[in-house]
Design a protein around this ligand. Structure first.
Ligand SMILES: Cc1cc2nc3c(=O)[nH]c(=O)nc-3n(C[C@H](O)[C@H](O)[C@H](O)COP(=O)(O)OP(=O)(O)OC[C@H]3O[C@@H](n4cnc5c(N)ncnc54)[C@H](O)[C@@H]3O)c2cc1C
Ligand SMILES: *[C@@H]1O[C@H](CO)[C@@H](O)[C@H](O)[C@H]1NC(C)=O
Ligand SMILES: *[C@@H]1O[C@H](CO)[C@@H](O)[C@H](O)[C@H]1NC(C)=O
Ligand SMILES: *[C@@H]1O[C@H](CO)[C@@H](O)[C@H](O)[C@H]1NC(C)=O
Ligand SMILES: *[C@@H]1O[C@H](CO)[C@@H](O)[C@H](O)[C@H]1NC(C)=O
Ligand SMILES: *[C@@H]1O[C@H](CO)[C@@H](O)[C@H](O)[C@H]1NC(C)=O
Length: 490
């Protein structure tokens, strides 16, 4: 009697009371297949479990990068937070590996894919705009395209992704760099509230006031703390914007670098945004530039240099925010194999740009015979003020006194035989650029988790925040339920 009571109290203290009421025995060995069936029986009729023979299954497991796809045992499409809670409870007791997928744009195998149970968040697709509070509630399974399109009639928008197809869930939980970051900070700085299914089974709305620790941890800490079903974001006025994409032949790389250096040393207007990519595509050198100005016209003097360089393709002008985002040429390589890696730097210098161009060309030459489709090195300069827009601390970035530019290193290829060769290239090339940055004293303090390759240490993202994040993790997820899913684990 006494033992039972104290066991009960211990479990209660650990926040595991839901397990006591679970119909499943912790000891019974359960396969992924039987877990799919258990889930199917337990969830409400608005949620569905799909199997490989169902048409919906292939959309569920699909990813931007083919190399990130795994055949899950089933693909579950939950429709309510309550059903997510029921599913998480079953996974907690069966200990079957699972994955959470929002937009499927993470390139790392196993981060939003699994051979176990896939939770595809696509039915969390509601968008509710609150004009009186300048906020919008968005389901975690939406793409940014859908959010921008829904807000367009109200002449407002949010701090979201710069390319088509990126999901709300992974982007926001990793930090979120946007064309609007110079004006409003990282996407995590625009989060007002999150509806979360916690690993212990409660469904909670987390705000700064309700739970300062979790509000800090979820904003950058990835999928370590639970499954987010809904975000509330601050909205901002949105007019038509100016910009789009330009592709220059490789012969103009020097001229583009000069224009970029001038831009980064002179422009302080927070309405601007820019990405500059040194790339090879099919073995040809290119420079791809995406320009953004948050008004129907860009003031003269800001982007003139870029516009005067002879381009192979020029698609800039006054357009909607959504149209500008969809003009980026990122779909060129959708459904090829792919890997990202990253370093952060604190300044854009001539020698760093030269080193990036060199990496692009050296590795392109070496990997042409190994089915390389594209490799790209993206410079993404942000103003120091971008890091001072938030009003409370976030998991990422750990040090806001230092303005960092997250560099995106991207390899796309077609033949599975060369996966390891490409991962190695992405790693050694990043190491080489890190060396260049160190030599110039411009290495940034933290890597951006959403650009990082599998295996990167969490200390590299969270720095001094790691201890606090681990303590929060232990408290929120004592049974390490979120350890059953892939990602950067605390
Ligand atoms: C073409 C392209 C363009 C990009 N553009 C940008 C950009 O402009 N700015 C930028 O900052 N980044 C950008 N990225 C990087 C992007 O932020 C990451 O790839 C991000 O992980 C994508 O989010 P997702 O929801 O699509 O990914 P998913 O692969 O679905 O998920 C990524 C991770 O988040 C977790 N997750 C997803 N949803 C939830 C949830 N609801 N609850 C808990 N965990 C969840 C998953 O488990 C997984 O670990 C881009 C990537 C690509 C491929
Ligand atoms: C998934 O299964 C299908 C059908 O068996 C197979 O053709 C495909 O190669 C598998 N995909 C992966 C990524 O394992
Ligand atoms: C949005 O802006 C357009 C163009 O300025 C205007 O015609 C329209 O009335 C505005 N809509 C709302 C809801 O404010
Ligand atoms: C990008 O590719 C996806 C998947 O093939 C497609 O659904 C989407 O419409 C494309 N987007 C643009 C802007 O071309
Ligand atoms: C170019 O990059 C390669 C690969 O990192 C490196 O070995 C080489 O030294 C670089 N060359 C120059 C001129 O920087
Ligand atoms: C992939 O590369 C291997 C090794 O070169 C080759 O044998 C194979 O035919 C290639 N596969 C495809 C689909 O090209």
């Amino acid at each position: 009697m006494f033992l039972t009571y104290s066991l009960f109290m211990n479990l209660l203290a650990a926040g595991l009371t839901f397990l006591l009421y679970s119909p499943l025995s912790l000891a019974s060995p359960t396969s992924p297949k039987t877990t799919c069936a258990l889930i199917g029986k337990a969830i409400s009729s608005s949620s569905t479990v799909f199997y490989p023979e169902d048409a919906e299954y292939s959309l569920g497991i699909d990813h931007f990068a083919l190399s990130a796809i795994q055949n899950s045992t089933c693909s579950v499409e939950p429709d309510t937070a309550l059903d997510v809670k029921i599913i998480l409870r079953i996974l907690a007791s069966t200990r079957i590996p699972f994955a959470i997928k929002s937009g499927g744009h993470n390139l790392n195998l196993g981060f939003s894919s699994t051979s176990g149970i896939l939770l595809y968040m696509t039915r969390f697709n509601q968008i509710t705009y609150h004009a009186h509070t300048n906020t919008v509630d968005i389901g975690s399974g939406l793409t940014w395209d859908q959010v921008y399109a829904a807000l367009e009639p109200y002449n407002v928008s949010v701090v979201g992704a710069r390319a088509t197809g990126v999901g709300v869930g992974g982007f926001l939980l990793g930090g979120g760099y946007s064309y609007k970051t110079n004006q409003y900070g990282l996407a995590v700085d625009s989060i007002v509230a999150m509806e979360v299914v916690l690993p212990t089974g409660q469904v909670k709305t987390i705000t700064y006031t309700s739970d300062e620790d979790l509000f800090f941890a979820l904003r950058g800490g990835g999928n370590n703390f639970g499954i987010v079903t809904k975000f509330t974001l601050r909205t901002h006025p949105q007019t038509a914007v100016w910009g789009g994409s330009i592709i220059y032949p490789g012969t103009q790389a020097e001229a583009v670098s000069t224009a970029l250096l001038k831009y980064t040393t002179r422009v302080t207007d927070p309405k601007t945004g820019i990405q500059c990519t040194y790339a090879t595509y099919g073995g040809e050198s290119l420079v791809m530039v995406n320009l953004f100005y948050d008004a129907p016209r860009s003031p003269t003097g800001i982007f003139d240099d870029f516009l005067s360089i002879p381009a192979a393709l020029l698609d800039v002008g006054t357009r909607s925010y959504l149209s500008l985002v969809q003009s980026a040429n990122t779909n060129l390589t959708s459904h090829t194999r792919g890997v990202y890696n990253t370093i952060s730097h604190t300044a854009v210098t001539s020698s760093l740009l030269t080193a990036m161009r060199n990496e692009t060309n050296v590795y392109s030459n070496a990997l042409q015979s190994q089915s390389l489709v594209l490799n790209g090195y993206v410079v993404e300069p942000f103003l120091p003020v971008a890091y001072h827009r938030g009003t409370s601390a976030t998991a990422y970035p750990p040090d806001r006194s230092q303005a960092i530019h997250p560099m995106n290193i991207y390899y796309a290829w077609s033949n599975i035989t060369f996966d390891d060769v490409m991962f190695d290239a992405a790693r050694s090339s990043a190491a080489s650029l890190r060396g260049s940055a160190v030599r110039e004293h411009i290495l940034g303090s933290a890597k951006y988790p959403n650009y990082a390759i599998s295996g990167t240490a969490v200390e590299d993202f969270y720095g001094k925040n790691v201890d606090r994040l681990r303590a929060i993790k232990r408290k929120v997820d004592p049974l390490n339920v979120m350890g059953l899913t892939g990602g950067f684990k605390l």
